[in-house]
Design a protein around this ligand. Sequence first.
Ligand code: UT7
Length: 331
Amino acid sequence: MPRTEFLATGFHVPSRLVTNEDLAGMMETSDEWILQRSGIKTRYWVGPGETGVGLAKAATLKALAKARLQPADLDCIVYCTCTPDHFEPGNGVFLQRELGLSDIPAVDVRNQCSGFLYGLSIADAWIRTGQYRTVLLVGAEVHSRGLDKTTRGRDTAVLFGDGAGVAILGPTVDDGRGVLSTHLFSDGRHAEKLWVDGPGLAHDPFVSHEMLDQNLHRPVMEGREVFKFASTLMPQSVQLALQANGLTLADVKLLVPHQANLRIIEMVRQATGLREEQVFINIQKFGNTTAASIPIALDEALDAGRLRRGDVLVLTAFGSGFTWGSAAVRW
Ligand code: UT7
């Protein structure tokens, strides 16, 4: 059975750069608070006319060019987002249409910050069994339009950014390389600790003026609880990835963690025992882009020469659900 390798990656963010000072002009917050608590300096937010699918298309075209492939070479789209352009259908079919394709499957994955890992696991299984050969894996989000940009929503509004990151995946003929493992977890007992309640079909009517007045359409987070679970469960899943593959800490060239909070990433690093140069961090520039954060970070890491053929890469994520997991890849 072949393993799955990354043929190319790409990312795209909107053109509007939003600084912490910009946010301090919208709500009661400060550059100092945001930087100290999260490590974030800037993030990108969409402007008029920009959409999640538009960002995903731009990222896809960059990755296709690097892989020297055409859209028609893709056999399947796996699109991970928790901020879809529309209630239905999912963003995957809109991206498919934008790419000029009409005869391949497009599936949407809704696993928030862990979306890219869940999508990778699905794509890997399809590639290994031979069901699909060249898979476009997308993590793309537009958070900014959904955030409460007043002081009431400041605990979440300052954290999230928009962006898209993609990977083009395919079978490798080289036995030693490719995706070595994926480990996925979820625990729905914590679903309401980070969620958007409505609109939703659990409500009757599913959308109402009252619902909007109550702000149910904005993300709500118990930040400290999320922090506590994230900083415990991500290190555990990294250790699992290493154990499952008989790898030691010294074997890891790079850990690319989901970028939710600089303090969480530092706790993950300390709990696992990895050295600073083994962990990739770019949260300061992009904020938390949920499903897009790992592929954006991976593309930047590759661009910076942090990963070479044969190196061991470990990915880990944690997010709403709760959902979390890890992947190990020999590059
Ligand atoms: O992607 C996965 C999901 N997300 C995460 O992993 C995020 C996990 N959580 C966190 O990163 C952190 O909990 C936060 C960054 C969200 C918050 O940091 P914290 O150190 O846990 O702060 P806190 O929630 O305990 O709030 C401390 C204070 C509060 O004021 P009082 O009650 O102490 O007077 C908040 O009202 O900071 C206040 N606060 C703010 N102040 C200025 C909350 N948000 C802001 C803000 N600016 N933006």
